[in-house]
Design a protein around this ligand. Structure first.
Ligand code: UDX
Length: 442
């Protein structure tokens, strides 16, 4: 089939592995590369380095079909590739919040040295405006004789829904001015054309900015409803109804209006900071995002105080000393094992600072959580977690916490107090079971 492409994915982390497996499933010939020998060995053995629903089956099927392979040998894989994706990490740099591009540029130098002919290099990592220019400069300087185009193709997939998001995206954004590169990218995403998913061609800098603008807008939407939730609490309104009431207006839209303990994860906190850094560099401030970042940071700690108050503590919460709290859900959202910037971390810290003992249960995040919060007591299930507790807090809305046996919970607890930071329960039901109930914005 002439439309099949030879694709190399540099970086077999979250984005690289999901994208690589999905491109293979489109029918392309895909090699996923990573420097981490342990990760590649695990993938060869059929073990996934990340938790993502459906990924293990997708990888297994495409490995069996001979379309998906894994290697640590970047140079060998790059030779002859028609499209080389860079999907390495861009963590926030300590100190200034700027995206750390050392992995991106490191991969670029290695690719440049290994290239054997014309190719298209695609940055899938989230990179600040202008990074594509620098990648192109590095390649041209190292290999002036080769015809190489550098394209921006940001990724919008959500953890926990990554495969569906990749295969049925709201849109695909491709930033390039190069006609040949555009043709290659059209072939790479050919199956989506058949499904008529919108594919948007833009300039490279525009494409780079779209990713940051999208994430900053979503973070703003969440933070907006969180502050409205606080107002609801004091004026006696219900934020769930406010969300519905405004979200049914198509100009606003219903999604991302769930009030909660603040956003976390690998993207929003890092990408909002990186956008602010770019705005600062170009002296074009984005005050609204500046406020979002500050409000969200403060909110995570504020949720710890909310729990202390539910325990009956006053003021700084120090009179809660000696009490026990059970946290249900530690990851930044359900269906992931990702603990990065999770609100649970600030909440557990605030509780520990007040002298409260924290017991915790998470369906998938315990391993990562233990490395970040070694002092918590980790429990195998919700009912073990609430043993002797003075309050149970729903921090993350895992499905397993949506239908808890409230009578069983109550009988295991010292005092029946529930703090529902995700608004998954109905007040009447929880109170009927004998609990005192605190929600968010209701
Ligand atoms: C996000 C973007 O959605 C995705 O497009 C981008 O590529 C990467 O970042 P992700 O971080 O996986 O994806 O999670 P997402 O489902 O967007 O949730 C982010 C955070 O916002 C979570 O902490 C979640 O709990 C919180 N959130 C989300 C809310 O508090 N309320 C909402 O209404 C929606």
């Amino acid at each position: 089939d002439v439309s099949l492409m030879r694709i190399v994915m540099i970086g077999s982390g979250y984005v690289g592995l999901v994208s690589g497996a999905c491109f293979a499933d489109f029918g392309h010939d895909v090699v996923c590369v990573d420097k981490d020998e342990g990760k590649i060995a695990a993938l060869h053995a059929g073990r996934m380095p990340i938790y993502e629903p459906g990924l293990d089956q997708l990888v297994a099927a495409n490995v069996a079909a001979g379309r998906l392979t894994f290697t640590t040998d970047l140079a060998a894989s790059v030779a002859g590739a028609e499209a080389i994706f860079i999907a390495v990490g861009t963590p926030a740099r300590r100190g200034d919040g700027h995206a750390d591009l050392s992995y991106v540029f490191g991969a670029t130098h290695e690719i440049a040295a290994a290239l054997s002919g014309p190719t298209v290099i695609v940055t899938k990592s989230t990179v600040p405006v202008g990074t594509g220019d620098e990648v192109e400069r590095i390649i041209r300087e190292a290999r002036p004789e080769l015809d190489v185009a550098v394209v921006s193709n940001p990724e919008f997939l959500r953890e926990g829904a990554a495969i569906a998001d990749f295969k049925r995206p709201d849109r695909v954004v491709i930033g390039t001015d190069d006609a040949r590169a555009r043709g290659v990218m059209q072939e790479v995403y050919r199956p989506l054309y058949l499904n008529e998913n919108p594919i948007l061609f833009t300039g490279r800098r525009t494409s780079e900015l779209i990713k940051y603008a999208a994430n900053a807008f979503l973070a703003t939407k969440i933070t907006f409803i969180n502050e409205i939730a606080d107002l609801c609490e004091v004026v006696g309104a219900d934020v769930k109804d406010v969300s519905r009431g405004i979200g049914l207006d198509n100009r606003i839209g219903r999604k991302f209006l769930h009030a909660g303990p603040g956003y976390g994860g690998s993207c929003f906190p890092k990408d909002t900071l990186a956008l602010l850094k770019t705005a600062d560099d170009y002296e074009s401030p984005i005050h609204i995002v500046d406020a979002v970042v500050k409000v969200n940071e403060a909110r995570k700690r504020k949720m710890g105080r909310k729990v202390l108050h539910a325990l009956g503590a006053q003021g700084d919460g120090s009179d809660a000393r000696g009490k026990t709290v059970a946290l249900l859900g530690l990851t930044f959202k359900p269906n992931t094992d990702d603990m990065r910037d999770a609100p649970s971390i600030a909440i557990a810290q605030a509780l520990a600072d007040a002298g409260v003992t924290v017991r915790a249960h998470d369906p998938e995040g315990t391993k990562q959580a233990k490395t970040m919060m070694p002092d918590l007591t980790y429990c195998a299930d919700p009912y073990e977690a609430v043993q002797g507790a003075d309050a149970v807090v729903i921090v993350t809305e895992w499905d397993a916490f949506r239908a808890l046996d409230l009578h069983r919970l109550k009988s295991a607890m010292a005092t029946p107090v529930m703090v529902d930071l995700r608004n998954v329960y109905r007040r009447e039901a929880v109170e009927a079971a004998g609990f005192s109930y605190t929600a968010v914005g209701r």
